[in-house]
Design a protein around this ligand. Structure first.
Ligand SMILES: *Cc1c(COP(=O)(O)O)cnc(C)c1O
Length: 448
């Protein structure tokens, strides 16, 4: 037995893996990772995989980045954790101040995972309306194809049937409005036209039901789990106007798109808007430690600030504001400043877009799209097992890409270089030739 096989057998016996039908691992092997550095994951048999999806969208600057590692180590020698009710500490104060400066929203409330940020924002919005004397506002609106996490509250505003249908009887399912998905553009329509159309559906709903609606929750610019669905920023601008007009909160779930993924630090900036609640997680610690955060407006905060205890937001998690995680997040913000990451990414993204043009031109590729440091395309194939087969094929070529259905996407750590991007592009083309037919099966260069 190789070391890999040993670890995967033990893992299958002891670990219940997330988002997985465990029986599939009878045939589809798990990849036991021994170590990771920079762009690469290394398994126990010394195979290396170029991480093209930032380990589920969390990693920003590569694995084991020394600046983040050192910040965590230094924090570890000082204070690892203290409860945040009744106590505070340097990293949580500094992080909250810096996030407020960067987002224009303050009053940072912390959780550990993205889904808990969603829960916090939903509860805060509902509780706000209670506190201001509008107890009838208790429903939430989300977009078709939305994804906001897997806990019971977050699933209620998630529209991915594979994840939510089973639990439907448990969920207080919210209202749905059409997605501004730019792919829905009809002949002669622009992405902005689709955004206007979707906004007018939203307007119809709000006009009728605003008295019972607490908030609209959106994934700004990119609906990740739906398959990197991209849309025009105009939708966010219009949604902000409508939410203001009908007194409905706007919750921006930037758990996936925050921290530069769409080209700006926060995606909402591209629409020139500020939400009432901003949910952050994933990249916030550079992919090192679990941390999430909900930022909100002074108006929201003021509605909870009172002599009456029950008007306060009595929500908590044991690890709220964990000092190690906050130290990692501070290091991430340092890196953005020190390396002027957003400007550097603009230049990189343009180069990578050029490198990926031969992929875009592949006969099986549809709807090639790109924003910031995210690329995606749909594949014309009859294969029901496309996602698995592509994933496995890429692994054998030394690349980690995990399609969502028939959508292939790249969301690499920002340290990826042109050679590595070229290797991914070549491997993608070879896999498309293998799985979706193509132009004469080019020889497939293996990735390092
Ligand atoms: C990943 C994700 C979540 C959930 O975050 P977890 O940390 O997995 O709970 C919520 N919203 C969006 C947009 C996400 O991509």
């Amino acid at each position: 037995m190789s070391l890999n096989q040993d670890w995967l057998a033990r893992s299958r016996a002891a670990v219940w893996h997330p988002c997985t039908q465990m029986k599939r691992h009878e045939t589809l092997p798990l990849i036991p990772i021994a170590s990771a550095e920079g762009m690469y994951l290394t398994d126990f048999d010394d195979n290396r995989y170029l991480d093209g999806v930032s380990s589920w969208w969390v990693n920003l600057f590569g694995h084991g980045h020394p600046v983040i590692k050192d910040a965590i180590k230094a924090q570890l020698d000082t204070l690892e954790h203290v409860m945040l009710a009744g106590f505070t500490h340097r990293p949580v104060v500094e992080l909250s101040e810096r996030l407020a400066r960067l987002s224009g929203l303050g009053h940072a409330f912390y959780g550990s995972d993205g889904a808990s940020a969603t829960e916090i924002a939903l509860k805060m919005s509902f509780h706000y309306w209670q506190n201001v004397g509008e107890p009838g506002k208790l429903r939430f609106v989300s977009l078709e194809g939305s994804y906001h996490g897997e806990t019971v509250g977050a699933l209620a505003v998630t529209d991915v049937p594979l994840f939510s249908d089973t639990y439907a009887p448990l969920l207080k399912t919210g209202l749905r409005v059409p997605s501004p998905d730019a792919r829905l553009a009809e002949e002669g329509e622009t992405a902005a036209d689709v955004a206007r159309r979707a906004a007018s559906s939203l307007e119809n709903l709000l006009k009728k039901h605003h008295g019972e609606i607490a908030a609209l929750i959106v994934e700004p610019l990119v609906q990740g789990a739906a398959g990197m669905v991209m849309y025009d920023p105009l939708y966010l601008t219009l949604a902000r106007e409508l939410c203001d007009r009908y007194r409905v909160h706007l919750i921006a779930d930037e758990i996936a798109v925050g921290f530069g993924r769409t080209g700006t630090l926060f995606a909402c900036e591209q629409a020139g808007i500020k939400p009432d609640f901003l949910c952050l997680s994933k990249g916030i610690t550079g992919g090192f430690l679990p941390l999430s955060c909900v930022l909100s407006t002074d108006a929201v905060y003021a509605a909870f600030y009172d002599d009456d205890v029950t008007r306060g937001f009595l929500h908590s998690h044991s690890y709220t504001g964990n000092a190690l995680a906050c130290a990692a997040a501070l290091a991430v913000l340092d890196l953005f400043e020190r390396d002027d990451v957003l400007s550097a990414n603009l230049v990189k993204a343009e180069r990578f877009d050029a490198i990926l043009q031969p992929v875009a031109a592949h006969p099986a590729v549809r709807q090639f799209r790109h924003v910031g440091m995210i690329w995606a395309f749909d594949v014309a194939t009859e294969r029901g097992d496309f996602a698995q087969a592509f994933f496995a094929g890429m692994l054998s070529r030394g690349g980690l890409l995990r399609p969502i259905g028939k959508t292939v996407y790249l969301m690499p750590p920002y340290i990826i270089d042109e050679t590595q991007m070229q290797q991914l592009a070549d491997a993608i083309r070879a896999e498309l030739d293998r799985l979706a037919g193509g132009q004469g099966g080019t020889a497939s260069p293996a990735l390092p």
